[in-house]
Ligand binder design. Structure first.
Ligand code: DX5
Ligand code: ZN
Length: 223
């Protein structure tokens, strides 16, 4: 996986009762596993508590990208970094002290990422850019897989790409990414793609990851 495009399948729509097998289906073709942590407070859905998430992270054969959709995330985010999540994403709307939390995530050896919901503008976060390894622009309202990609978010993706400039910061999109939408997001400037239902509802999840990467790679070549 040498290209500068990353595919990070979300296991939200995988079979949680056979998670190891589900992860095994895609681990050799994916850059990270995207782990959606939901607390039923910040979003109206619950997935894992810290202990269960930690177990998944520690047993996962490839690096884990933890997307924390939990309220009051400052302290718990640092614990995700501590237990070995390769990347930890906090939501701007759920964090009291964004620069300090990003710095503490990094200090524990993880990549630090900042996410915004569809209704949150990115402009206010330019001042923390030096503490960020990845921005996540949500392309659906966080909470559930299988929702429709919001192409209206491409304005924000373009704006974020401009803000990043030449810094080595990744730009992730999450929600409704499929073979029909990945090139729209890529063209707007995204380079890191979460795909949940597109991958796990496919007959062959690994083949779908490969197809998504090929689609993104070929759109990139065409740019
Ligand atoms: C939604 C989650 C996403 C979700 C994406 O809140 O953050 O990661 O799993 O699922 P799809 O790709 O089905 O939109
Ligand atoms: Zn996610």
């Amino acid at each position: 996986m040498t290209s500068d495009i990353r595919i990070t399948p979300s296991i939200l729509n995988a079979d949680f009762s056979h998670l190891k097998d589900e992860i095994a289906k895609i681990s050799s073709v994916s850059d990270f596993i995207h782990l959606d942590v939901m607390d039923n407070v910040f979003v109206p859905n619950f997935t894992f508590d810290f202990e269960s998430a930690a177990k998944i992270i520690q047993e996962c054969p490839i690096p884990v990208d933890s997307h924390l959709m939990v309220a009051d995330v400052d302290e718990i985010a640092v614990r995700y970094a501590e237990i070995g999540s390769a990347s930890v994403t906090i939501h701007a709307e759920a964090t009291r002290d964004i620069p300090t939390t990003l710095k503490r995530i990094r200090a524990h050896g993880a990549r630090a990422a900042l996410a915004v919901k569809p209704g949150t503008d990115i402009d206010a976060y330019g001042d923390v850019i030096e503490d960020v390894d990845m921005f996540l622009i949500m392309t659906v309202e966080p909470g559930f897989g299988g929702q429709k990609f919001m192409d209206s978010m491409m304005v924000k993706v373009r704006k974020t790409r401009k803000m990043i400039g030449s810094r080595p910061i990744w730009l992730q999109v999450d929600g409704g990414i499929s073979l029909d939408t990945i090139d729209i997001a890529l063209e707007a400037g995204a380079d890191t793609f979460v795909a949940g239902s597109a991958v796990f509802r496919a007959e062959d999840p690994a083949k779908m990851v490969i197809a998504l990467r090929e689609r993104a790679d070929s759109s990139k070549l065409g740019q």
